[in-house]
Design a protein around this ligand. Structure first.
Ligand code: BJW
Length: 317
């Protein structure tokens, strides 16, 4: 049974029907129903650990082995996950509406796998499946690299026949400490032959040598890095231009859907106000009523509380 009041549903659907220019700003909450953890909040990646220190160029420079294990694990989890009904509903809306653009902060590839048209999908923060060379003299960049693990040393360890008792990690303690807080999630624990859940702080992870991390196939010597946007880095110029063009071309924006994002990270969150400045009604879909962006809700906006995986398909029907 739906938790959406029928009057709200009707009013929203009516507005959507007559909306010609629509934006959708998405965050990690869109993929929560697929079993992928969010960054902040309950069960989030960053709640029990200051994961900002892993999603920065500085962290990568200091400990590329640790950061690669973090991203390799997330690549693995994303590949195992399936798009949920919200991804499919959004992809369908994108196909249906001519003047439509999704601004996704997600790097997990699930919208693409749900059939979202690529021409209407702006990946603000890159993709877990893009990699690029860090050597200043090399421009190598690769998209859709789904190799898992991306290097043999990054394979998720399997539980041995006699698992070490919990808390008996013998090496790489610093790295273990960091990852243990940075990662949460499902997975097996210490069972023989099964993948260990390296998001579990009791599971030891190795200290990796840089030579065992992914290296550039083109220049042969540069270290590869994940093609995501870290704090302090510029968002892809082409993407920003595409969004700016959409906004500038719109005499009026009718609606912005704000789906499963805490709207705390900029410039992404700033698109809510940019859309509003063009006349958009704001419709927030979130588990948490407090997450409505810096300006909060205004008259005419709507808030749909709950799991995007359940709510969005109903709203976009
Ligand atoms: C559900 C749900 C369910 C749960 N259903 N809902 C202006 C003001 C202040 C600061 C800045 C500013 N402009 C720029 C900055 C600095 C900085 C920034 O924004 N800092 C803030 C933290 C204050 N921004 C940057 O550095 C950006 N670059 C930049 O601005 O370049 C220009 C520049 C550079 C240098 C000098 C000067 C200018 C880059 C930002 C890159 C962010 N990258 C990350 C990591 C990507 C790689 C990776 O995945 O590891 O992107 S950080 C992380 O946050 C990730 C996410 O995309 C992003 C947003 O998080 P999101 O998706 O909102 O997730 P959560 O967890 O926060 O929220 C989940 C939500 O879902 C919650 O609301 C839940 O309630 C909800 N939810 N389950 C529905 N089932």
């Amino acid at each position: 049974a739906s938790s959406i009041k029928s009057a709200d549903l009707e009013s929203f659907q009516n507005h959507l029907r007559y909306s010609d220019r629509v934006l959708a700003l998405c965050g990690a909450g869109l993929s929560a129903a697929s079993g992928l953890p969010t960054f902040r909040g309950a069960g989030g990646l960053w709640r029990s650990y200051d994961a900002v220190s892993l999603a920065t160029p500085e962290a990568f420079a200091e400990d590329p082995g640790l950061v690669w294990q973090f991203y390799s694990y997330r690549r693995h989890m994303a590949l195992q996950a399936q798009p949920n009904p919200a991804h499919y509903a959004l992809a369908e809306l994108a196909r249906r509406k001519r003047g439509f653009l999704t601004l996704s902060q997600n790097v997990d590839g699930l919208s693409q796998r749900a059939g979202h048209p690529a021409s209407k999908l702006c990946l603000l923060h890159g993709s877990l499946f893009d990699v690029k060379c860090t050597a200043f003299y090399c421009k190598h960049a690769e998209s859709n690299n789904f190799t898992d693990p991306i290097a043999p040393a990054l394979a998720i360890p399997k539980g041995g026949p006699s698992p070490a008792p919990l808390g008996t990690a013998t090496s790489g303690a610093g790295a273990t400490d960091s990852l243990q807080h940075a990662m949460h999630g499902a997975g097996s624990k210490h069972q023989s032959g099964k993948e260990l859940d390296i998001s579990d702080d009791r599971v030891e992870i190795p200290e990796l040598d840089t030579k065992d991390l992914p290296h550039c196939p083109e220049c042969g010597s540069g270290l590869l890095r994940p093609g995501v946007v870290w704090f302090g880095e510029m968002l892809p110029e082409k993407i920003i231009e595409e969004i700016d063009d959409f906004i500038e071309e719109s005499k009026k924006i009718d609606l912005i859907l704000v789906i499963g994002t805490s709207a705390k990270v900029y410039p992404a969150a700033g698109y809510i106000e940019k859309a509003r400045a063009k006349g958009a009604r704001v419709a927030v879909i979130n588990m948490d009523r407090a997450d409505t962006g810096r300006g909060g809700l205004k008259k005419g906006d709507c808030f749909f509380e709950g799991d995007a995986g359940a709510i969005l398909p109903e709203l976009l029907k």
